[in-house]
Every structure is written in C-alpha cells, then in structure tokens.
Ligand binder design. Sequence first.
Ligand code: PEP
Ligand code: MN
Length: 333
Amino acid sequence: MIVALKPDTADEKQNQLVDWLKGMGLGVHISKGEYQTVLGLIGDTGKVDMELIASLDIVESVSRVTETFKCCNRKFHPDDTVITVGDAKIGGGSFCLIAGPCSVETEEQIVAVAKAVKQSGANMLRGGAFKPRTSPYDFQGLKATGIELLKIARQETGLPIVTEIMSASDLELFADVDVLQVGARNMQNFDLLRELGHTDKPILLKRGLANTLKELLMSAEYIMASGNENVILCERGIRTYSDYLRNTLDLSAVPMLHELSHLPVIVDPSHATGIARMVPPMALAAVAAGADGLIVEVHNDPLHALCDGAQSLKPEEYDSLVRKINAVREAIK
Ligand code: PEP
Ligand code: MN
C-alpha cells in the first residue's frame, strides 16, 4: 500500500503516522522525494483501513500496490535511485561506464586494461575472479588472488572495482570490493541474494539467461527486503532462438524496467552478443534506449584471453566506442 503525504507535512506528524503504522506490525519504507514523501507499507495490509488513513489531514492519497515487488517498485519510490560508488554515480541522469576483462589473469593484464579504460573515460573496472564457467574443465578464475590483483589495479588507477560473487561463503574475501556482481546464473540463488541484502555494498544484479523482468525485480526485492537498497539492474541478453549471436539483447527491458522500478538499469552488450564487432552498435542502442550505464568487456590481448576473448574489445576499440557513446548521450539529452 502507498500513502502519499501532502507536500510540507511536518516531520512530527509524519513520524506519528509511521509509528502508528509500525504499531500495526507493518514495515514502512519512507521515500523522501523532492516534492513529496511517499510511505510504502509492507506486510499484511489487509487489516489497514484505507479510508481512515485517507481522511488524515497530512495524507494526499492512498492506493494499493498490486505487484508483488514492493521495495524496488517505482510506486514506492517515485524518484530514480542514484547509487554512488567512489566518484562514480549511476542512475537519475548519471551515466556510468564499467569496463575491463572478463577474467583477471595477471597483474600486468589487469593493470594495463584498467589504465587504458580509465584513459578512455571508464568510471569503474570490472574483472572476474570467481568465474561461473559452463565446463568444469575451463579456467575457473584466480579467485582470492584475482581480487587482490583488482585491488592493485584500483590503487594504480583510482577506479572502483566490480567483481562477481558466486557463493555467500566467500563474502569475507569481498570485504574490500566496491560493487558485488551477481551473475546471470545466480540471479535466483535466493540464499546468496538474502546474504547480500545484509551487506551495504552496491549489488550489480544480472538478468538470468531465461528470466522475465518480473523475476529479475523479485530477485532485486530479495536483496532490498533484507536491508540493502543499493541494487543496479543489468540486462545482459536472454536465450531465444538467436543462432549467430550468443544471446538476444532485450533492449526493451530498459524503458520497461525504468517504468516499473526506480533502480538504475545498465546494459551488458558483451555477453548479450558474444561477438566483439556487435558490441559497439548494441552499446550505442542501449544508450539510446535510456540505459544508466554500460558494462563492457575489454582485453589487451583478446586472442589469448582465458575467457570470452571473442566478445572482448581491444582498448583502442573501447576508446572509439566511448567517443560515440558520448555523442549519442549528447544527441538524446
Ligand atoms: C561476466 O560478467 O563475466 C559473466 C559471467 O556474466 P553473465 O553472468 O552475464 O554471463
Ligand atoms: Mn565474460
């Protein structure tokens, strides 16, 4: 249930109402917007007398939220959520470029790529240390060592680091990581989502290979309902009947997620297409569709990459892409 308060409601009166609602055993999510405060009621709202609340002098309107996702629902929080990571901001008009290799391989590699993408204008460095590979015989990532190498690259460049967590039992190793990625394959690992909800780290939540937008939002809800509201949604392509491409990039997800939710939405054109030359056009299309950021795989030697070389841009290709991204952003302002 949503209770929209009248503009200029005194804090004291608002607090009295919140205390009264909490006294009925409800959770109250307070969203203080620029013009209006909205109270989102979570729990068994069946026993709440809507008419009584609507009659209070500080209440402008009361409505029921029919969707099962509450905390990430735009109705609960009309303004865009802006997530701050170091100097980078994502959402609400702030655009964020995340770039780096699929996997951290060596110190030389990650530092070289970090320096190159920073030079091009990237705001954060990505790099997988724990890799969810389809085959158990493929490179599984450098794990804890990979995280240490990411920290070295952060020290060298100042770029915040983004890396995937596959299991809650590894959380301690991620204590000094800036953004935790939940990969497509773990989008519905509910125990992991709940544990991440107990941290205060921004979570980059990727859409599963065959998951709907509602399922993605329900996964965000798991994290948020456990107390962590810093969730970034990521469209990374879904399984359809595409044959020449790794996945199908569902760009219509971007405006639809923006309509349904206040959370920032970024796009990963690398995993969506699987082919380096397909990445720039889809990245630009994502920007035009209103994405709040892009996560792009960049490798200094894609031919010898231990993972996802075929979809990785070379640093000079990324540099040229960023110029075009800036031009598209300017054009759609
Ligand atoms: C990745 O970012 O390297 C990755 C494995 O992504 P996804 O979970 O989208 O496949
Ligand atoms: Mn990858």
